[in-house]
Design a protein around this ligand. Structure first.
Ligand code: GAR
Length: 188
């Protein structure tokens, strides 16, 4: 039997995309990458993994609803049931949210609800917290809000720099995201 299909949305380097691709026993097939940043590192990673990529520039569309309508068409054509946001730095609007209700998951590098939005690692580091971490959650119309599925903590040591903290957090992300994907796809 063929596996259920999923898409990854990403805007950046794609280390989480890569971790998902390298995970063993993933119960879904990553059949599409959606990227809103031409030239982003994740596009090359998709190419190397033979995953088709749809790369677009939001400014080429008249509105968010317009490009999301287009994305929904692409996702339907590829028979996608699940969407995993992995560094997709845009708020998902009602067009996509309604079309894939309860099937869009995000990873964020902080213990939400603390430090939502951009540069969560830098925000936590400069706030001087001793504990931060990673959150995987279903999304809603907010910025890094929605029901939390899993969280893992990361301790900030006195000798950590922003860079070493980022390394520790991303290591946790790369293990946690595939694990959570496995659980939710199997149970929902
Ligand atoms: C990841 O740390 C992810 O948690 C974060 O972007 C990074 C992407 O890295 N996402 C957010 O901040 C969402 N608000 P990657 O391109 O190497 O996977």
């Amino acid at each position: 039997m063929s596996k259920v299909k999923a898409a990854v949305f990403a805007s950046g380097t794609g280390s989480n995309f890569q971790a998902i691709m390298e995970a063993n026993n993933l119960p879904c097939e990553i059949s599409l990458l959606i990227c809103d940043k031409p030239g982003a590192g994740v596009i090359e990673k998709a190419k190397n993994s033979d995953v088709p990529a749809f790369v677009f520039q939001p400014k080429e569309f008249t509105s968010k609803a317009e490009y999301e309508k287009h994305l929904v068409e692409k996702l339907r054509e590829a028979n996608v049931s699940w969407i995993f946001l992995a560094g997709y730095m845009r708020i998902v609007g009602p067009t996509l949210l309604t079309a894939f209700e309860g099937k869009i998951v995000n990873i964020h590098p902080s213990l939400l609800p603390d430090f939502p939005g951009k540069d969560a690692i830098g925000q936590a580091y400069h706030a001087g917290v001793k504990t931060t971490g990673v959150t995987v959650h279903f999304i809603d119309e907010g910025i890094d809000t929605g029901p939390i599925i899993a969280q893992e903590t990361v301790e900030v040591q006195d000798d950590d720099t922003e860079e070493t903290l980022k390394e520790k957090i991303q290591k946790v992300e790369h293990e946690l995201y595939p694990k959570v994907i496995q659980q939710i796809v199997q149970t929902k």
